[in-house]
Design a protein around this ligand. Structure first.
Ligand code: FAD
Ligand code: SF4
Length: 507
């Protein structure tokens, strides 16, 4: 029987579960640029352009293979605005009523998919998304009965399951984790290869015009647009990473440098999340580089851990705790997002640099997201709802399943320690050590209080005191509280006054 195969904007993978067995000449592929999806939050312009252009290229590649593809281009006034209307229109047009879909990556569209069969006249098949390396059930089985869900132990199981960097059931090199060799500060004279860029073709240029017309007031800069929009292009980004950057990935994984937004990172998050690349192929490619003596173990293991460990673990957390996870606010944080999150206009150079490059590229690397913008959001007590929405809007790789546990769990400690064993709070010295931002900052990293002092210093202590009741008993924070206890009362008071003055100025 002929089927309608619905393909969502982050399912652009030829061997997607629901496309694997699709029959050319019989089944019809249904895709659409939908208002409901494009405006669920006010996504960065580059993110919308990436997804629409990648969808159009993917649809074309299926047509080139011989498939019939019903593709709805963006039409705010006359087109279907949601998946259900899109399928109804397709069914009327083709007289096909059976539908096959792969499970959506996020809670909201999956909730629609799971109830869809109740109102649909034909047969509906919903398949698991087997591009992920651990199913939601597998993660829940692993999590069951555990007091703490630490990524490191999950990661070891995944290494064994996929036999990655394993020799005779033991980790290659004798250790599971080589972080002690990684995460060095930047040094001058580093030769950072240029990012792999692409010139927009006619399809992308049409999409850029649509984004200009309909989403011109969304966050971020649209042009120049240089992202990969096909699988072949995404593979060349991966190739360039493995050939040029991987060797230094681990060593400078946490380093930040002014005017170097991309450092030695891979820049493939968005391509993985929309399906142009699959996690296992990336892992195998990087593992192969190690066996071919093209990259050291600390870089290869460190990188593989991000995908086989963190990416899968974060997704597991999302499905294990949703929908409750969305409401978590363990630290009762409620401050509104400062205006400079939207325009980068702040005297804090680290924030200015990280936000400005986000505006330009829809990208910031992990440590900028975690230890600069994230750390500030935590210390300033920003509302988890607002911070989550911001991260979901501004990054081209942002989808709720991966954004939310990173933000509510890793950054804001809003989940009360499910993801992180302690808040990732840090004063300015961490940023000074890992970047060259402080050299160009209007604030003085050496001053601890007062109008010229680096705000991260006093905000850090103020945060710890504000949440003392909850955090003092955390074994990983005991020593820090004991250090704070030794401070003279007068010093404490000055720190708190500096913090209050600064936080009041945010309003
Ligand atoms: C506050 C915060 C928000 C984040 N939001 C997102 C998001 O919306 N979407 C997203 O894909 N990643 C998110 N991350 C994780 C990470 O920052 C990005 O995956 C990474 O910066 C993407 O750039 P890259 O491809 O150059 O990554 P690299 O540093 O080169 O890492 C390679 C890959 O590892 C994976 N990875 C690394 N760290 C994580 C992680 N913590 N969680 C999940 N996957 C990881 C990604 O697929 C990434 O592409 C977030 C991290 C933080 C701290
Ligand atoms: S001095 Fe403080 S605010 Fe300025 S760049 Fe350094 S850490 Fe950031």
């Amino acid at each position: 029987m002929a089927k309608l195969c619905l393909v969502m904007g982050d399912q652009l993978t030829r061997d997607l579960a629901s496309l694997k067995n699709a029959q050319i000449g019989q089944d019809v592929i249904v895709m659409g640029e939908l208002t409901e999806e494009a405006t669920s939050v006010r996504h960065h312009k580059k993110k919308i352009a990436l997804i629409f252009s990648a969808m159009r290229h993917f649809a074309k590649s299926l047509e080139d293979e011989g498939f019939t593809v019903l593709y709805q281009t963006y039409d705010e006034d006359n087109g279907a605005s949601d998946f259900e209307t899109l399928l109804r229109n397709a069914s009327e047009q083709t007289n096909i009523s059976d539908v096959i879909m792969t499970k959506a990556s996020e809670y909201r569209p999956l909730a629609w998919q799971t109830s869809f069969h109740e109102k649909w006249q034909g047969d509906v098949r919903l398949l698991d998304d087997d591009r992920f390396l651990a199913s939601a059930d597998e993660f829940s089985t692993w999590a069951k009965g555990k007091k703490q869900l630490r990524m490191e132990f999950f990661y070891r199981e995944m290494r064994r399951k996929y036999n990655v960097l394993i020799d005779d059931d033991k980790p290659i090199g004798g250790q599971w984790n080589y972080d002690s060799e990684n995460r060095k500060p930047p040094k001058s004279g580093l030769n950072i290869p240029p990012k792999t860029n692409f010139i927009p073709d006619d399809i992308t240029n049409d999409v850029l015009d649509i984004v200009d017309d309909y989403f011109g007031d969304h966050f971020g800069e649209l042009r120049p647009f240089d992202m990969a929009v096909t699988r072949a292009q995404a593979l060349s980004v991966l190739d360039a990473f493995v050939a040029q950057r991987l060797v230094n990935f681990g060593t400078y994984q946490d380093a930040m440098m002014q005017s170097e937004p991309f450092m030695f990172h891979a820049h493939i998050g968005a391509y993985l999340n929309i399906g142009l690349l699959t996690p296992l192929e990336v892992i195998r490619r990087v593992e192969h580089a190690y066996h071919a003596d093209n990259a050291p173990l600390n870089a290869v293991e460190g990188f593989i851990r991000q995908i086989l460990g963190w990416r899968e673990y974060i997704r597991g957390i999302y499905w294990h705790f949703m929908p409750d996870y969305k409401q978590y606010n363990a630290l009762d944080a409620s401050r509104a997002l400062p205006k400079f999150y939207w325009d980068g206009n702040t005297k804090m150079n680290c924030m200015k640099q990280s936000i400005s490059q986000t505006i330009t590229h829809a990208y910031a690397h992990h440590i900028q997201r975690l230890m600069v913008i994230g750390n500030f959001s935590l210390l300033a007590g920003l509302s988890p709802v607002e911070v989550n929405e911001w991260y979901l809007i501004v990054y081209s790789d942002a989808f709720e399943w991966v954004e939310m546990p990173n933000v509510s769990g890793m950054v804001l400690f809003a989940d009360d320690g499910i993801v992180a064993s302690k808040p990732y709070a840090a004063g300015g010295n961490y940023i000074d050590k890992m970047s060259n931002y402080c050299q160009n900052c209007a604030y003085n990293i050496k001053e601890k209080t007062g109008d010229n002092a680096c705000p991260f210093h006093y905000l850090y202590w103020d945060f710890l005191w504000r949440h003392e009741e909850k955090l003092r008993s955390n074994p990983r924070l005991g020593m820090i509280y004991r250090t704070a206890d030794k401070m003279a009362d007068e010093k404490k008071q000055i720190i708190r006054q500096s913090a209050k003055k600064f936080l009041d100025s945010l309003n």
